[in-house]
Design a protein around this ligand. Structure first.
Ligand SMILES: Cc1ncc(COP(=O)(O)O)c(C=O)c1O
Length: 480
């Protein structure tokens, strides 16, 4: 094939994707709305695409890029003289490494038994993955059911000498609210536990705003590490995040070195061996282009648009804004028993070309959290708030006329008796067929599927979710 034909094929493949640009996809992607940012990022990425950040002594350019970006992040986010950091592949990897470092430190200090990870239930799912991978026990801490912020009293009750790390969010992904960082970091420090601030999504916005209600960064006593993603509001392409640690010893605790094989000596600061340098170079270039003034302008414009969006959406009949959004995220919930079902609303918005992310209802002790619609506002959406609100009003009217999505009671009853661990892949395929997602093809209306996921016992739901992915990733027939 010719290169042009190959590229045409790739472009054709993308026709079925949600748009990465234009601001209508309000999850997964972060569009500054500035073509110069995208062009520079692409050029920088291309010039580093063959570089291997595995070895910064062979590629000193990579060390320079990493040191520059970590230095900028530390200066922006309250770092002190001992602050160091590592570039990772994304938010999840930053969170994983923060947990690993805390566990290692806790073990080195002689922590008894199996380490515990305290998670307000709104902490990102990446921390559950970390506990799974690194063998920590998750202690779920309920959040305040109205403000959706982590509850210091509940954290105090759950803290004990097995707690290696407490996680707080600045802000939380599901609702965009800021946890009480000062209070909880103080409690963690008093108990001898580490405290990680997950600022993956807010850390490149909050420092540029004037209306942040309280300090949230490494300057807060008790905070031991902080994550911030450059591939979110740093407007870099996918694959780059920063993990800051308050002291160099803690950073070493997530590094890995071995001379125990006959190959090259290995020192890995992150989970990967070979590390792509393209996203790092792109983040560096975008930072050089925008600088603090450019980021400040983007953050302020996007924040103003978010406030207008929240005010407009909250004024629509049957909808309310959850908690107090502090950055550029908004969560909408049904207002009152006769309000608009937000799972139906998500489907109606999809039909109008917007991707708003449905989040199912969540049961927790102390008061359940409602189903919500998550909206991530980026630079590109900022100029389209009026159009978004008009579509939202229209979609809310149509959603209100739809039947409320309910899980099929027979399926739920049947699921109650299932041992998810005993199900084979073929049996899961069969169950998914019954649930309307046979063959891994998602139905046009997802509300009933989300309602079902929420109604199933969590282990069964998790087995079925994995089953959907299993169906999506079936290898193509080998071309002859
Ligand atoms: C607060 C927070 N933490 C962690 C993550 C995980 O980041 P990633 O998807 O880059 O792995 C996200 C992603 O949205 C997030 O919002």
């Amino acid at each position: 094939m010719t290169p042009d034909d190959v590229l045409a094929e790739l472009t054709a493949l993308q026709a079925g994707d949600v748009p990465t640009h234009g601001g209508a996809t309000m999850a997964y992607v972060y569009d500054s709305g500035r073509a110069d940012v995208d062009e520079l990022a692409a050029a920088a990425q291309a010039s580093f695409q063959w570089t291997n950040a595995l070895d910064p002594t062979a590629f000193p350019s990579v060390a320079r890029i990493e040191n520059d970006l970590v230095g900028v992040a530390a200066a922006l986010l309250g770092g002190g003289p001992g602050t160091v950091g590592t570039l990772t592949s994304g938010g999840t990897e930053s969170c994983l490494l923060a947990v690993l470092a805390a566990r290692e430190r806790w073990r080195a200090a002689g922590g008894p038994g199996r380490a515990r990870l305290l998670l307000p239930v709104t902490a990102h799912a990446a921390f559950r993955k970390a506990a799974h991978l690194f063998d920590l026990e998750v202690v779920d801490v309920p959040v305040d059911p109205v403000s959706c912020r982590a509850d210091p009293a509940a954290v105090r009750t759950a803290l004990d000498d097995r707690c290696a790390l407490v996680v707080i969010s600045a802000p939380s992904y599901p609702h965009g609210v800021l946890d009480p960082v000062g209070e909880i970091a103080g409690l963690a420090a008093a108990a001898g536990a580490g405290c990680h601030v997950d600022a993956c999504i807010g850390g490149w916005v909050l420092p540029f705003l004037d209306d942040v209600p309280e300090p949230f960064d490494l300057s807060v006593p008790g905070v031991t590490s902080l994550s911030v993603d450059l591939h979110k509001y740093g407007y870099a392409p996918k694959g780059v995040s920063v993990l800051l640690t308050a002291d160099p010893e803690l950073r070493q605790a997530h590094w890995f070195a071995t001379a125990g094989w006959p190959g090259y000596p290995v020192v890995n600061p992150t989970l990967a061996g070979t590390r792509p340098a393209g996203p790092m170079a792109a983040a560096w270039a975008v930072h050089r282009l925008l600088g603090a003034p450019g980021y400040r302008q983007l953050a302020r414009d996007t924040r103003a648009a978010t406030l207008a969006l929240a005010a407009g959406a909250g004024a629509l009949a049957g909808l309310r804004v959850v908690g107090t959004p502090v950055t550029t995220l908004v969560a909408l919930a049904q207002d009152g028993p006769d309000g608009v079902d937000v799972l139906n609303l998500a489907d109606e918005m999809t039909a109008r070309g917007w991707l708003l992310q449905p989040q199912p209802p969540f049961a927790q002790s102390g008061g359940d959290l409602p189903a919500t619609l998550h909206l991530t506002v980026t630079g590109a959406t900022a100029g389209r708030v009026d159009a978004l609100l008009a579509d939202l009003a229209d979609a809310a009217r149509d959603a209100a006329a739809l039947p409320r999505p309910v899980a099929d009671p027979e399926l739920v009853a049947a699921a109650a008796g299932i041992d998810p661990a005993a199900l084979t892949v073929a049996e899961v395929d069969g169950l998914l067929e019954l649930a309307g997602v046979g063959g891994g093809r998602l139905p046009e209306r997802m509300a009933p599927v989300h309602a079902l996921v929420a109604a199933l016992p969590r282990p069964v739901a998790e087995r079925l979710l994995a089953g959907v992915l299993d169906l999506v990733y079936r290898p193509a027939a080998v071309p002859r």
